[in-house]
Design a binder for this molecule. Structure first.
Ligand SMILES: NC(=O)c1ccc[n+]([C@@H]2O[C@H](COP(=O)([O-])OP(=O)(O)OC[C@H]3O[C@@H](n4cnc5c(N)ncnc54)[C@H](O)[C@@H]3O)[C@@H](O)[C@H]2O)c1
Length: 249
């Protein structure tokens, strides 16, 4: 398949996990890529892998929670690569902590990256996407759709991403811009190293955040993102596609 030949895709969180798998998938399908992440080494590894499969790649270290960083990544993407067709917001952070021990700093940091970061990237990208009837895929979580214990700011941030996605879909749908999200379940990536059972927590609740069957890797989410970002999903707007092996079914 080469569904992204001639298209420019910006991917955040591209240094690792789902972001890296998405970059590799879109590169394999012909995309020109703009990749960003706070992690410089991982970002360069992803860029090298995508270049090795023939893609033109612009890679820039950037922090999605920082307004000026986001504005400059989007401006450089458009200036260097000529425009923007697809934006995939993947950057995210996770923490497991009892609500009672969750600090305001925890809350602001997690909301700042996961929700404010998604907002900032969407806001900067939408004017360019409107010029090319482009689309956005955001990364929510099953934590947005059903209770995950010990993840108050994370789950709230993902609920926000879910709602923000629907809002953008409706606000710009008539102008040809689509906006969808994926809601991964438990996927094997480095973010899972964040898991720890809070002291005194009831371990019986762990089943709420576990996969129904075997855990899958980030390529399963990348495939769903590629579908939503492609013209195969031309009539799909404002949806949230669960990628959880039926855990929430
Ligand atoms: N793995 C799962 O089980 C799972 C489940 C549901 C949702 N998700 C979501 O998928 C997304 C990707 O997670 P992953 O599993 O690939 O984890 P990951 O840790 O492998 O990747 C997250 C990436 O985001 C980057 N990042 C963090 N803060 C950033 C910032 N301020 N600016 C730019 N980049 C930043 C990290 O450096 C990292 O490369 C996240 O939004 C996460 O919440 C993951």
């Amino acid at each position: 398949m080469d569904r992204f030949t001639g298209k420019v895709a910006l991917i955040t969180g591209a240094a690792s996990g789902i972001g890296r798998a998405t970059a590799e998938r879109l590169a394999a399908e012909g995309a020109t890529l703009s990749l960003t992440d706070v992690a410089a080494d991982g970002l360069e590894e992803t860029a090298a892998a995508c270049r090795a499969s023939g893609a033109e790649v612009l890679a820039a270290v950037g922090d999605v929670s920082d307004e000026s960083s986001v504005e400059s990544v989007v401006a450089d993407t458009v200036g260097t690569l000529g425009g923007l067709d697809v934006v995939v917001n993947v950057a995210g952070i996770l923490q497991f902590r009892d609500l009672r021990q969750t600090t305001l700093e925890d809350w602001n940091r997690i909301i700042g990256v996961n929700l404010t970061g998604t907002f900032l990237v969407c806001r900067a990208a939408v004017p360019h996407l409107l010029e090319r009837r482009g689309n956005i895929v955001n990364t929510a979580s099953t934590a947005a759709l059903a209770g995950h214990p010990w993840t108050t700011p994370y789950s709230a941030s993902k609920g926000g991403v879910f709602a923000l996605t629907q809002t953008i879909a409706v606000e710009f749908g008539k102008q040809g811009l689509r906006c969808n999200s994926v809601a991964p379940g438990s996927i094997l990536t480095p973010i899972q190293q964040a898991f720890e059972l809070p002291e005194g927590a009831d371990p019986k609740l762990v089943y709420r955040i576990m996969a129904l069957d075997e855990q899958r890797g980030p390529e399963t989410v990348a495939g769903a993102i590629a579908f939503l970002a492609s013209d195969d999903a031309a009539h799909v707007n404002g949806t949230c596609l669960k990628v959880d092996g039926g855990t929430l079914a």
